[in-house]
Structure formats: structure tokens, C-alpha cells
Design a binder for this molecule. Sequence first.
Ligand code: DHB
Ligand code: FE
Length: 283
Amino acid sequence: MAKIMCGVGTSHVPAIGAAIDHGRTQEDYWKPLFDGYQPVRDWIEEHKPDVAIVVYNDHASAFSLELIPTFTLGVAAEFQPADEGYGPRGVPVAKGDPDLAWHLAESLILDEFDITIANNMDIDHGCTVPLSILFDQPQEWPCNVIPLCVNVIQYPAPTGKRCFKLGQAIRKAVESYDKDIKVAILGTGGMSHQLQGERAGLVNAEFDTAFLRDLSEDPQRLVNMPHVEYMREAGSEGVELVMWLIMRGALSEKAKETYSFYHVPASNSGAGIIVLEDDEEAK
Ligand code: DHB
Ligand code: FE
């Protein structure tokens, strides 16, 4: 049977992708961040997932305000990098896993989650930057990719609690899939940032590091956090962090932190990464 091998939470800041694309990761500004990513890159290379479910939000690339699905699952055979205004990033096309994706769609929808199914969806920095953070610049991404896109752009976004429950349903769906494959789930976005208005540039390192800590120490505190608290403490775009709770819900209650790292600043935000693995007993 398939299993969730790990959860990874990570920021998906576009400038991190640009630093990789333009060979700037060893410059003074970026080096500390990429040094912090290296242990995750080594770990993921050693543990090699077959498929990554990448939970992210589209930033008006594949969808506009004309159509705002809350949860969208990509079932296509491949996903092209989106043109976000400067041409598509020069990263590999992401190969999907239609068989597993359709199994997820069936399991989640019959489990009463109203998932939108996407047969054609370009993936923007929300999805491609986490892949670059984990895998750097390969010719092909080393695993298949199933994009799961969440609306956190237009109010009302799903609650943290809804996201956590969706993660639990994803775990159940993966564990009922009959192929012996290892699935990584990535929750992306954040951390604290606000790109607009009077508080533009807001970063709250204390909030971010407490969020990282409580993914393993007190996930229920995060699950119960209302949107307004994300907005107040982590800025208007800090609400992207609810997507990490989909990743967290897909792991067991007692999941343990394998690695975490936090760095400020990365562009206009606090950048964090965490690897969580299920407790051996919980498995
Ligand atoms: C920025 C954009 C994002 O989508 C994000 O999640 C973090 C930062 C930015 O433009 O700096
Ligand atoms: Fe974002």
C-alpha cells in the first residue's frame, strides 16, 4: 500500500526561485538561507519520494477572480510552469500521477470534500519554488507531482480546521491506494508577510518560530487559530500558512520534527522550512 513518508512545510517566496534560477544562492544575501535548506535537500535525496503532493495557492496565474475554487486537485499527466509576467521559469515540466490523483479525487469527494478537478492547470511559484527548494536544478523533477491548490487569495479562505481535516482525509486516501509508493506531502506558503497597504513589509519572527515549534508540540493550537489572528500577527498574506495544516493533518498526531530552519528576510517575508515524520509507534 502507499504511505505518507513525510510532510514538508516551506515558504514559496518567488525571489527564492529567482535566486536559484539566476545562480545567486551563494551571494551574501541568500547563502544563509540556502545553507539552511541543504540538510533538507540531503534528506530528501536519501529518502526519495515517488510522488509529492504539493499544497499551494495559485497567485492569479491559473485562476482569476472569475473562478475561485476552494480546493483544486491536478489530475493531469503534466503541469507547465506558469508565466507570471516574465515568461515561465526555466524549470522542468512537472509530471503528474493521474492514477493516484484520480484515486485521491474519488476518495476525498466520497469523503465529503468538494474538490475541484483540474485537467489542465499551469503551476506558479507557489508550486514550483518548493520543488526548486527541495530538488535544486535537475533536468527532470525526481518525483511525480500532484498539485493541490487552495484559495487563500479571496476571502473566505478555508479555515485551518478544514485544512487539517482535509489532510487527514488525504492520509486515508493515500493509505487505501494499492501501489507500494512513498508519498511526500508539502504544505507551502507564508510565513509572515504582507505585500500591500500600510503594514506592507510586516514580518513577525516570534509568530513564525512558534508556528514551526507547534507543528509538532501543539498542532491543535494552530488548527484552532482563526483567520483574523493570522492577519493580525502574520500579515494579510500570512494566512497562506493554513495550507501547512493540510500537510500536518496528513501525518499522525505524534509526528516528530526531523529538521526545521527559519531565516529573515527572504524578499518581504520570513522563510521557514520543516520536515516532519510519523512517530514509529504511530505508524
Ligand atoms: C512573496 C510572494 C508570495 O507568494 C509569498 O508566499 C511570499 C512572498 C513576495 O512577493 O515577496
Ligand atoms: Fe504566496
